[in-house]
Ligand binder design. Structure first.
Ligand SMILES: Nc1ncnc2c1ncn2[C@@H]1O[C@H](COP(=O)(O)OP(=O)(O)OP(=O)(O)O)[C@@H](O)[C@H]1O
Ligand SMILES: [Mg+2]
Length: 729
């Protein structure tokens, strides 16, 4: 890309008062904005921030998501001689920004372990040259902390060539924030090593406590504090209640379809749910793909590229789909599970409507989801600060953060007001102008909340066993599928991205264990994951050379799944009065089903299928179990059948909950006695000619449990309307 000629004011050297004035003048800066970016004028507080840092003053800049924070350091880089150092939490974010700047002909570079030594040397040569052409240098906080990098920075500084340090997503420095990154703590060194360089801290999420923490940790001196309202007037906020819907998947699918072929992001808590929901939406004709850290980097990059370039419209993602996502025309951001904090929710929903046009934030709230998240937060051992903050305090804080989110869903008042007040903004009642469901349809929302209270109360009476207990244990066992606690794991790559070993499962299990270990806090885990990221990128080249397919399902992974299934079978056996089944053979059979179904699609689907099978085993009846295992013999004989005749291809998943092949094995079975059906009722293999019992997805699993509970209470329905108070227990 051709470099654009610098506008003359860039040549202005500080020291000359007139030139400095010209440099900071609105007219000159607007000229730069138009010349390089084609925008007619600055937005919000952009100009104030730019003028402050150009005059050498520190600045703390709080702007809403999509507000244009990047411009606050990009324009200074073009206006003043020298380099602007930009600290970013994620490599993907740096890559995106640098690419976008280069396309505009602006000299921007990033330094990370992902780039080749040659490219690195070139950048360093330029920085050492005394007259660098680089205007913006993007780095990770980890690099700043390395022993080798600070002397290099100091050298540039000594030559008077470091004009600004910009800390993007500055809330990551605070353990009170929702996205604490321990490596951001190292940034406090910047002030002492590079004393006169102005620092610009930028964030979209800063509760007063976080804000204070950012200013103190970065040692900002008399900073200009710029705060814009968090209000995003173009977002319509809505909550739907899973417990009142027949089928939330179908509801979402219909909603997306009714809006036309719009661009959307759907956030889920778990990877497996991303895969399932994405497959479901695809089957319903929606152009869609899953994105999560369980996919390898190549796949994630390709999904991101296709989405950015509008080849696909909907991404179903975990929070790994995060910072730096800059598609302006996102019309819907849906949270299919309740997020863990208002800050996270605001960031994610804020990815809608960056073009300032009308858009929607749609949250599907389920009481089981809520209980599940509470369980996870209580058990995540989230010790956020290594020093003073006690684990208990931290856990309390997580719960308090989450309570705000619950209140957002369960409250009947204006949603917008609730969001803004949670950030300490004073809001007038008229602000919303019917741009949330509670203001636009107050009666409907009130009725829904009443019905929800009734439904929950009836369910509780009908079933003493908590649905949640089962689902939460599943969440913990299947920890690898959940990413809620580490929004930054885009940086750490996929499961096996973070391992030197080829066995993704092993790594995941280790992480799971470490997470369950209450003594290991989030800090340590993040640090571990960050180290793992470095390792991954260091080894990526070598791995590529050895042509390891990272999406492949390794033998060790399969063995681990067999073991998992065997344990589940053993528990099922005990639950079903010591039902006589051959544990090892049955586990192999079930694992083989999962493998056959998904070996070509990749391990993410495979994991998901194994998890579904484990859930199924936890609740299935002896007849269903024997029926399924009865297919063992049948399937063995089918192995000889050519693919086209005998099997559904691995990617043919019917995500209306009708799982593919494993439920639909059919064949011309001879009638014969099968080994496992020996409880006085021999199972005939002909039974496998009929449909085998389904293995439910997690969603179906929870709902079926709910339905059972509801059925118990059917007779009680329409009895008294339960208290209207909406803090559902
Ligand atoms: N003055 C402006 N006029 C019009 N568009 C602008 C202006 N400034 C920035 N933008 C555009 O707005 C979009 C959002 O900008 P940017 O990515 O900097 O937002 P952000 O505040 O960093 O958001 P986030 O908190 O989500 O990272 C970008 O596409 C950017 O080019
Ligand atoms: Mg940004």
């Amino acid at each position: 890309m051709q470099r654009k000629a610098a506008l003359p004011l860039r040549d202005a050297k500080s020291g000359n008062a007139n030139k400095m004035k010209a440099l900071c003048g609105k007219e000159a800066l607007v000229k730069l904005l138009r010349w390089h970016f084609g925008y007619p004028d600055f937005r919000g507080k952009q100009l104030d921030a730019i003028q402050a840092v150009l005059s050498g003053r520190d600045c703390f800049c709080l702007m809403p998501t999509g507000g244009g924070k990047s411009m606050c350091y990009q324009i200074p880089a073009l206006a003043k001689t020298g380099i602007v150092l930009v600290v970013c939490p994620l490599i993907a974010l740096m890559e995106n920004q640098v690419m976008a700047l280069k396309e505009k002909g602006i000299d921007a570079e990033f330094l990370s372990s992902t780039i080749s030594t040659d490219a690195k040397n070139k950048i360093h040569d330029d920085l050492d040259s005394g007259k660098p052409s680089t205007r913006l240098l993007y780095v990770t906080p980890e690099l700043i902390a390395t022993a080798g990098f600070m002397p290099k920075l100091k050298k540039i500084y000594a030559r008077g060539l470091l004009s600004l340090i910009a800390i993007d997503e500055a809330h990551c420095i605070s353990s009170w924030g929702h996205d604490f990154r321990p490596s951001y703590r190292q940034l406090s060194l910047l002030r002492s090593h590079l004393p006169d360089v102005p620092i610009l801290a930028l964030t979209a999420t800063a509760a007063p406590k976080v804000q204070k923490d950012v200013v103190q940790s970065l040692h900002l001196q008399n900073p200009l504090i710029l705060k814009s309202s968090f209000n995003r007037p173009n977002i319509y906020y809505e909550v739907r209640y899973k417990d009142l819907l027949d089928d939330a998947y179908a509801d979402l699918s219909n909603t997306l379809k009714s809006k036309g072929d719009v661009c959307a992001i759907v956030y889920c808590l778990e990877r497996s749910m991303c895969d399932e929901l994405s497959a479901h939406l695809s089957q319903n004709g929606i152009s869609c793909a899953a994105y999560h850290a369980g996919l390898n980097k190549k796949m994630r990059t390709s999904v991101l590229d296709e989405w950015i370039s509008s080849k696909i419209q909907v991404v179903v993602a975990t929070v790994a789909f995060g910072y730096g996502i800059d598609r302006k025309d996102v019309r819907i951001v849906c949270h299919f599970n309740i997020p863990k904090s208002m800050e996270g929710f605001y960031q994610e929903s804020g990815r809608a409507g960056r073009d300032q046009l009308p858009c929607t934030s749609l949250l599907y709230y389920g009481v089981d989801d809520r209980k599940r998240m509470e369980f996870i937060l209580r058990n995540s051992g989230s010790k956020k600060s290594q020093s003073s903050t006690s684990q208990e305090e931290s856990s309390k804080k997580s719960m308090a953060d989450f309570t705000q989110m619950v209140e957002y869903c369960e409250g009947s008042g204006c949603r917008r007001k609730r969001i803004l007040e949670s950030f300490g903004e004073k809001v007038t009642a008229s602000l919303c102008e019917k741009t949330c469901d509670a203001c636009r349809h107050p009666n409907l929302v009130a009725r829904n909340l009443e019905d929800l209270t009734t439904a929950i109360a009836l369910r509780q009476k009908g079933s003493s066993s908590r649905i949640f207990i089962t689902s939460s244990s599943d969440a913990i066992n299947g920890e690898q599928l959940s990413e809620f606690w580490n929004r930054g794991d885009e940086a750490i790559g996929s499961d096996d991205d973070i391992s030197d070993s080829d066995d993704g499962n092993e790594v995941v299990n280790n992480l799971t264990k470490s997470k369950l270990h209450s003594k290991v806090g989030v800090n340590e885990k993040l640090a571990m994951l960050e180290r793992a990221e470095e390792n991954f990128y260091r080894n990526e080249k070598a791995k590529k050379q050895s042509k390891v397919d990272k999406n492949a399902i390794s033998d060790a992974m399969r063995e681990s799944s067999r073991q998992r299934l065997q344990n589940a079978l053993k528990q099922a056996q005990q639950r079903l009065d010591n039902l006589k089944i051959e544990l090892e053979t049955s586990a192999s059979f079930l694992e083989d089903e999962c493998y056959k179904k998904y070996s070509k699609t990749g391990k993410s689907f495979y994991y998901s299928q194994v998890a579904s099978t484990v859930r199924w085993l936890a609740t299935t009846s002896s007849v269903d179990m024997l029926n399924r295992l009865g297919a063992m013999k049948e399937s063995t004989s089918m192995d000889a059948v050519p693919e086209a005749e005998g099997r559904t291809p691995p990617h043919a998943i019917d995500h209306s909950g009708k799982e593919g092949t494993s439920n639909e094995l059919s064949g011309n079975a001879q009638s014969e006695i099968l080994p496992c059906g020996d409880r006085g009722m021999p199972i005939e293999s002909s039974s496998v000619n009929t449909k085998l019992p389904q293995i439910p997805s997690f969603y179906e699993f929870v709902n079926s449990r709910k339905t059972k509970g509801d059925q118990l209470d059917d007779t009680k329905k329409n009895s008294s309307r339960v208290e209207k108070k909406m803090r559902v227990q």
